[in-house]
Design a protein around this ligand. Structure first.
Ligand SMILES: [Fe+2]
Length: 441
C-alpha cells in the first residue's frame, strides 16, 4: 500500500446477500496503522447474527458473520464457544480452525500465542512450504512484526474461523517474547521498545475496539459473564525466579501481582456486581498448581500463577467473598490439556474447591511431537486436584453453557501436518451448577 490514507466503506446487514443493510459508514485506513480499520457499530438489536463486509473502490471483502449478545436482563438460553491458543505457524497447519468454522458457535475465545516471536524457516518448518527471505530473522521493529501477522493470518482455516464467528482475544508471552513479565525478560532485560512495536502490530491485526484495555468483560445476558484477562502487561517479575524454580516466601509478598492492581480491582468489582449464573475468566496462563516433585520439594513453573501465589489467593478469596456464582477459568499457554479443581488455598490442600479450570492445548505449537506428556505426566500424581492431563495432542475445547450445567468437549485433531486432518472428541467434562469441579462425562 502507498503511504496515504484511504477511505474504506463498511456495511452491516441482516442477511448474507446484503439485501437489508442496517448500518453502514466509512473509516479511514491509515498508513501509520498498517491500513487497518476498527469499526465500532452501535445500536444493533441483541441476540442475533449479522453479516458485514468492507469495500475500497472496486474491491469488496469476503463476507464476515458476527452476532450480538443477548440483552443484559435475559436469563437462560445457551452459550456455545470454543477457546483456543498457541498457533505457531511453522509448527503445523490449523485443522482445528477448519472444524471450528463448520461448527455452530456463538463465539471464539483466543487466549494468546496467536503469533510467535521467532524467525521463520525457509521451508516453513512443519508446513514444508517455502517462505520469503525477509521472514528469516525474528521481528524487532514494527514493519517486521506486521509481516509476522500477515504470515500467520495467511492461513485459510484461521481466516475462515474469523469470518464465521466473533472473537474475544487476549495475548500471552509469544506476541512479544518468551515468558516476559511487564517490561522485563529473563535474557533480554528491558524490552520496552520491542514490546511497543509488538503491541502496535497486535492492535492493528486483532478484532478489538478502537480504544480499550486488553482486558475486557462480556455479558451473555444473565447466563454468563466472561472476563478476559491481560496477564502479561502488568505482572511483577516472578519473585522466586524465572521459569522452573523453587517456591519462596517472596511469592507471598502483598505487592506481588499478576494483573496489576487496577485490573485486579476491575475484575473483583465485576465479580461483586455480577448477576450471571456462570462467571468465566479467560486466563493466558494456568491458575491451578502443578507441583513438580511432590513431598521432596516445592518445584513449580513460575511463569504461571504458581509464581504469584499472593495474587492467586486474592483471586480465590474474591470468588468466595463476593459469592461469585459458578466460577470457571478457561486457560491457554501450556500446549497441554489440564482439567483442574481450584482450591481456595493450594498451600492447604484440604481447603475447599472454589472453581473449575479447563486448560486448552495448542492449535499447532509443538506440532505432532510428544513433548510434554513424558515430562509433566509423571508429576500429575503429586497433584490430586488435576483431574485430567494430556501433554501431546493438538486441538481445543468446545464449551456449552446452560443454566444447570457447563460441558466442555476436548476436540483433538489426528495431526497438524495436513489442513484436512480429522477431528474427534477425546474426552468430555461436565460442571454442574453449584458444584465446583469438573467430572468426566
Ligand atoms: Fe504457546
Amino acid at each position: 500500500m502507498p503511504r496515504v490514507k484511504v477511505p474504506v466503506e463498511w456495511q452491516v446487514a441482516t442477511d448474507e446477500r446484503f439485501r437489508r443493510i442496517v448500518a453502514h459508514g466509512s473509516a479511514w485506513a491509515l498508513p501509520e496503522l498498517a491500513h487497518s480499520v476498527h469499526v465500532e457499530v452501535n445500536g444493533l438489536a441483541p441476540d442475533r447474527e449479522w453479516f458485514y463486509r468492507f469495500r475500497y473502490r472496486n474491491d469488496i471483502s469476503p463476507v464476515g458473520r458476527t452476532r450480538t449478545t443477548p440483552a443484559l436482563y435475559k436469563s437462560g438460553g445457551a452459550l456455545a464457544f470454543a477457546f483456543a491458543s498457541c498457533q505457531d505457524w511453522a509448527s503445523g497447519y490449523y485443522p482445528s480452525y477448519r472444524h471450528m468454522a463448520d461448527d455452530d458457535l456463538d463465539l471464539v475465545v483466543h487466549l494468546g500465542d496467536y503469533v510467535y516471536e521467532g524467525g521463520i524457516p525457509a521451508d516453513g518448518g512443519y508446513r514444508k512450504t517455502s517462505t520469503p527471505d525477509v521472514l528469516r530473522k525474528a521481528p524487532q521493529d514494527l514493519e517486521r512484526w506486521r509481516m509476522q501477522y500477515a504470515l500467520f493470518k495467511s492461513d485459510l482455516d484461521l481466516q475462515a474461523a474469523h469470518a464465521r464467528f466473533p472473537w474475544l482475544v487476549t495475548w500471552d508471552d509469544h506476541e512479544v517474547k518468551n515468558d516476559y513479565a511487564g517490561t522485563q525478560q529473563e535474557h533480554a532485560g528491558d524490552i520496552t521498545e520491542l514490546r511497543a512495536a509488538a503491541y502496535q502490530a497486535w492492535y492493528e491485526h486483532q478484532p478489538v475496539r478502537l480504544r480499550s484495555h486488553i482486558y475486557r468483560r462480556m455479558r451473555w445476558g444473565r447466563l454468563a459473564q466472561l472476563d478476559i484477562l491481560d496477564g502479561r502487561q502488568y505482572r511483577s517479575v516472578p519473585p522466586c525466579g524465572w521459569g522452573e524454580a523453587d517456591a519462596c516466601t517472596g511469592g507471598y509478598a502483598p505487592d506481588v501481582t499478576m494483573l496489576g492492581f487496577p485490573q485486579e480491582k476491575w475484575l473483583f468489582d465485576g465479580f461483586a456486581a455480577s448477576a450471571a449464573r456462570w462467571n468465566i475468566v479467560g486466563s493466558n496462563v494456568m491458575v491451578g498448581r502443578l507441583d513438580h516433585d511432590g513431598a521432596s520439594g516445592n518445584r513449580l513453573w513460575h511463569d504461571a500463577w504458581d509464581g504469584y501465589p499472593a495474587a492467586r489467593k486474592r483471586l480465590t478469596d474474591a470468588w468466595v467473598n463476593h459469592r461469585v456464582s459458578n466460577p470457571v477459568v478457561v486457560t491457554g499457554d501450556w500446549h497441554s490439556t489440564f482439567v483442574n479443581d481450584i482450591h481456595r488455598d493450594f498451600d492447604r490442600p484440604g481447603s475447599p474447591v472454589v472453581a473449575t479450570e479447563f486448560v486448552g492445548t495448542s492449535i499447532s505449537s509443538n506440532g505432532d511431537g510428544e513433548v510434554y506428556g513424558p515430562y509433566y505426566g509423571p508429576m500429575i500424581k503429586y497433584n490430586p486436584h488435576i483431574k485430567f492431563f494430556d501433554g501431546d495432542r493438538r486441538g481445543y475445547f468446545r464449551c456449552t453453557v446452560r443454566n444447570d450445567q457447563m460441558t466442555a468437549d476436548l476436540q483433538i485433531v489426528s495431526t497438524v501436518s495436513r489442513r484436512d486432518a480429522p477431528e474427534s472428541t477425546f474426552a468430555s467434562f461436565v460442571v454442574e451448577s453449584g458444584k465446583p469441579g469438573a467430572v468426566k462425562a
